[in-house]
Design a protein around this ligand. Structure first.
Ligand code: NAG
Ligand code: NAG
Ligand code: NAG
Ligand code: NAG
Ligand code: ZN
Length: 964
């Protein structure tokens, strides 16, 4: 699915500005799509690796005896087809509860002799028939056994039907249930979303099944390999409209129990997994287009559609589908494509087959009010979700342990689809920032984990939920991109197409893809790889982390070593490959591309890499491999002088990657901090976005570590000196801030220029934004601020202002009709420097009438991002942990990022003790999905303390010298 938190991309990178408090946005951003839930890294269980290297499940103290005590379904039954009828009530009942009722019949086949039917059911009240929760009948000749008893198992979320005799192998049966559930506002399963329209409250019934919530909607065999067809019927009130995965084929009005209703029936679905189902009842409207015979519709609230906010999504959907049809060489598998924007949605988006659900900010784009970043987010999220229509939906991984392949794949090809829809954006380059660098940061920790996990390690819903992390999404994307680069895109696409055609409507494990890619390699004589796809990829998927490749250009020696951000950390996870990778190295010598070199051992010699004189070597061109690069000091020196004399000789991606590698090598004590800082000196001449963004993100760590210390003054002065030329450049380019730069990434870099300039105290910048905001306050119906700059301007104006500026933002937030505008304001309000305003805002986060539940945790993180807000947010969360945990915890995807966000600045012994105490004090409450994040926070804080101690003097000295 989309990540809850996947936002990260795009929500406007632009917004990522390290503009001081605007940094906050980073987090929000990271809330985005596809269930990409918490993109935070979370460490999977404590599975250990056996000496043979295959991960073995952690030993549990208790071995379940009964089949219903296991989380996994037995393999004795397989579903064939369901009839599902649902009737959501959009008005509360006499007890004030919103409910839905329904009934379902599942035809299943008996594969192994058994007298038990085990089927998922969670939080449903099942009607009893003669004392049992279900009815059983048979299809065909056999007679169905009588039911002895039925019961529910809460922990494993099963309905168990014990029969008086056994089912016959090969025979088919029908299990019928009738149920009632709550249509809660919990964003899970069949749930309720609300919004206001013309002063009237409207209720939407909608659904989120991934990963384990279909069972909360109707009893079903709720595992991805239990594919079946679904005949869906939805009963709803006459003024509303129902949607599901298939096309609506019949609508009729009738009266049920004296209630006038409309009954909508949908065409039978293809064979599919339960987690991809979707059911929606709303008063939404749509716009549509047709591509060949395919109907494409975009749905949203009436006002959003009449403001034409769905138009952009409609415009790009056709081309993106067309791109994938070509790329996969497979026709779109369904008869329609619906996409819908929901007011309340936990993930960023969810790839339900044929009915993709989105947060409003991920689907709606207002040509006047939205920023370029908003637009890019819409494009990439759509591209991500539509990639799943084939990869993930048509062919589905058998179990959640292989989620990385599903999500990593979509996270990689989303760039290809988006590039096809918007060819002038150079969007493919951005994978460096939004996936590679992002996951490098977490995968360089000793607590990281391999991409691939053993099937037995992932069982409970909580373990499944943990799979939706940065490693799965972004490392998956990075290693698949590397694979596609060394196989070439055409071979990669050929293997992919053969995989999709072979397994259409079925399930796979990740090695099936390797087999088909290997076949494509065999069929292409021009491609040579030193080992099989399988063997090469095992190195990247079965062991955690990645290597740093060191090239000594004096000798031609090339070595690799497991890269750890903290060189003193202890890796207690053994690897069967001894942390050695098969590394494909694309490289250049003095601007000339060289033949790809494979590093297959720890140490090797590549005589062509020995250079003399002015020659320089640059490895991992275009950052196509998932590794970092280090050189001897002479070559570093030549690269630095190249940057300062002719930085355009290197590609944008490589400039960005040199900076990011240098900063991280310094963090790992492989090179000096001074050398890393030197890579930023040429920035006074840099105008491109990706290198700047890379530098700012790395400097952001320095800001977090030092913004409460004396270093901050010198750091600010240096940044001011470096940003001034960029600020002037954009001032000229935009004719004194009256025009918008034409280049897509220039628009982002303008935001950086303004954000940093204001942040570090360029007076002209501060005056500029204050005057824009003042104009807006004077005339609220006319906002003079360009959408691209709104986030930055709001944030700084509120930071520099007082209660009036804040209250104005609050009233604009309450009245905002565009979700992305509301979200900008919500983040900007966290920028105030007034503690009382921040505390009041924190209180608002627990009042759903003020801040939607879906936004509570990210709002707290925004506040924590602010240097003044951080201690307030930390106190707030500690004080209310048990309340917050019970309201938002457990399955909530945004939960681990809360802990992550609040502890980012922690770098003192005192803070470490507080963190440990917090852990002890709340053990009885628990930490749910934040458990691993808490461990990581402790690890990171420890590392920060050490880093600050070791580097403070050097950093202070460097910034002081360079800022004058
Ligand atoms: C659903 O409809 C299809 C096509 O009409 C039919 O073949 C299938 O048996 C139905 N499923 C059930 C559970 O009746
Ligand atoms: C499913 O619904 C169809 C249409 O109402 C009906 O003909 C069929 O018998 C149902 N199947 C089962 C297994 O109940
Ligand atoms: C389900 O049944 C339980 C026990 O009778 C009751 O407390 C609960 O309110 C019911 N749920 C709904 C949604 O009506
Ligand atoms: C959608 O496409 C139409 C036709 O090409 C164009 O006029 C319109 O401006 C586009 N809308 C958006 C929001 O990009
Ligand atoms: Zn996805």
């Amino acid at each position: 699915m989309g990540k809850v938190y996947y936002v990260s991309k795009n929500m406007g990178l632009g917004m990522l500005v390290l503009a001081g408090t605007a940094l906050t946005t980073i987090i929000a951003l990271s809330i985005a799509y596809d269930k990409e839930k918490a993109k935070n890294q979370s460490k999977p269980g404590n599975g250990v690796t056996s000496s043979s290297g295959t991960p073995i499940p952690p030993t549990t103290p208790f071995t379940p005896k009964e089949p219903w005590d296991h989380y996994r379904l037995p393999d004795s039954l397989t579903p064939v087809s369901y009839n599902v009828t649902l009737w959501p009530r959009l008005e509360p009942n006499a007890d004030g509860l919103y409910i839905f009722t329904g009934h379902s019949a599942v035809v299943f086949k008996c594969m192994k002799e058994t007298d038990l039917i085990i089927i998922h059911s969670n939080k449903l009240n099942l009607t009893t028939f003669l004392g049992h929760h279900a009815k059983l009948s048979s299809l065909g000749q056999v007679t169905a056994p009588a039911i002895q008893r039925t019961w529910l198992v809460e922990k494993t979320e099963f309905l168990v039907v014990q029969l008086k005799s056994r089912l016959a192998v090969g025979a088919s049966y029908v299990l019928q249930t009738e149920f009632l559930g709550e249509l809660a506002d919990d964003l899970e399963g069949f749930y309720r979303s609300e919004y206001m329209e013309d002063g009237v409250k409207k209720v939407v019934a909608t659904s989120q099944m991934q990963a384990t919530y279909a069972r909360k909607t109707f009893p079903c065999f709720d595992e991805p390999a239990m594919k079946a067809t679904f005949n869906v019927t939805i009963i709803h009130s006459r003024g509303t409209l129902a949607l599901s995965n298939g096309r609506e084929i019949d609508m009729s009005d009738s009266d049920i129990d004296g209630v006038p209703v409309r009954v909508t029936r949908f065409e039978p679905t293809e064979r599919m997994s339960t987690y991809l189902l979707a059911f929606i009842v709303s008063e939404f409207v749509s716009i549509q287009s047709h591509q060949n015979n395919l109907m494409i519709r975009i749905w949203a609230k009436r006002k959003a559609i009449s403001d034409r906010q769905g138009e952009y999504a409609l415009n790009v959907t056709g081309p993106i589908l067309q791109f994938y049809e070509q790329y996969y060489n497979t026709a779109y598998p369904l008869s329609k494509s619906d996409q819908i924007a929901l007011p309340d949605f936990n993930a960023g988006a969810m790839e339900n087959w044929g009915l993709v659900t989105y947060r409003e900010t991920a689907l709606l784009y207002d040509p006047i009010l939205s920023s370029t970043g908003n637009k890019e987010r819409v494009t990439t999220v759509i591209s991500h979700e539509l990639a799943h229509m084939w990869f993930g939906n048509l062919v589905t991984l058998r179990w959640w342990n292989d989620l990385w392949l599903n999500e990593g794949f979509a996270s990689y090809v989303e760039y290809l689809g988006a590039d096809y829809a918007e060819p002038t954006w150079s969007i493919k380059d951005q994978i460096i920032l939004y996936d590679m660098q992002k996951v490098f940061a977490v995968d360089a920790l000793a607590s990281s984990h391999p991409l691939s996990r053993h099937e037995d390690e992932v069982n409970s819903p909580a373990q499944i939920s943990e799979m939706f992390n940065t490693i799965s999404y972004s490392k998956g994307a990075a290693v698949l991109r590397m694979l596609s680069e060394f196989l070439t895109e055409s071979v990669f696409a050929r293997g992919l197409s053969s995989y999709l055609n072979t397994f259409a409507f079925g399930n796979t494990v990740y090695t099936d893809l390797w087999d088909h890619l290997q076949q494509a390699v065999r069929d292409t004589p021009a491609i040579h790889i030193p080992h099989s796809v399988h063997d090469i990829m095992n190195r990247w998927t079965l062991q955690m982390g990645f290597p740093v490749v060191t090239i000594d250009t004096r000798t031609g020696t090339v070595t690799q070593k497991h890269f750890l951000l903290d060189p003193d950390s202890v890796v207690d996870r053994p690897s069967q490959f001894n942390y050695t990778w098969f590394v494909p190295i694309k490289w250049m010598k003095s601007s000339v591309e060289q033949q790809q070199y494979w590093l297959l051992q720890k140490t090797d010699t590549c005589s062509q890499m020995r250079v003399s004189g002015e020659e320089w070597v640059l490895a991992n061109t275009n950052a196509s491999g998932y590794f970092r690069v280090n050189y001897d000091l002479d070559n570093w020196g030549r690269i630095l002088s190249l940057l300062s004399s002719n930085h355009q000789y290197l590609s944008i991606i490589n400039r960005a990657q040199i900076i990011d590698d240098a900063f991280n090598l310094a963090r790992a004590k492989i090179i000096s901090t001074t050398l890393a800082l030197k890579t930023t000196k040429y920035l006074s001449k840099e105008r491109d976005y990706i290198p700047w963004e890379s530098a700012l993100r790395n400097l952001d760590y320095y800001i977090l570590m030092f913004d409460r210390t004396e270093v901050y003054g010198a750091l600010q002065a240096y940044l001011k000196k470096q940003i001034q030329p960029l600020f002037e450049y954009f001032k000229t380019l935009t004719a004194n801030w009256t025009k918008v730069p034409t280049g897509h990434t220039d628009q982002y870099n303008q935001i950086n220029a303004v954000g940093i300039a204001c942040r570090v105290g360029v007076e002209e910048c501060r005056e500029l934004i204050k005057s824009w905001y003042r104009q807006w306050m004077k005339n609220p119906s006319h906002n003079p601020i360009h959408p691209n700059l709104k986030s930055t301007v709001y944030c700084h104006a509120i930071a520099l202002g007082g209660v009036e500026e804040w209250d104005f933002a609050w009233s604009m937030f309450k009245n905002a009709t565009l979700a992305s505008e509301a979200s900008r304001l919500r983040s900007a309000m966290a920028c105030t420097k007034a503690p009382w305003l921040l505390n009041r805002y924190l209180e608002y986060t627990l009042d759903p009438a003020k801040i939607r539940k879906q936004d509570a945790t990210s709002t707290i993180q925004y506040i924590a991002r602010n240097v003044v807000g951080m201690p307030l947010a930390w106190n707030f969360v500690r004080e209310k942990w048990s309340y917050i945990f019970n309201q938002y915890g457990r399955g909530s995807f945004s939960f681990s990022s809360l802990v992550n966000g609040i502890t980012k600045r922690f770098s003192t012994e005192f803070e470490l003790q507080e963190l440990k105490k917090f852990k002890e004090d709340n053990i009885h409450v628990g930490f749910g999905s934040a458990t691993l994040a808490l461990e990581q926070a402790i690890e990171k804080t420890t590392a920060n303390i050490k880093w600050v101690t070791e580097n403070k003097a050097e950093v202070l000295k460097w910034f002081t010298e360079e800022s004058t």
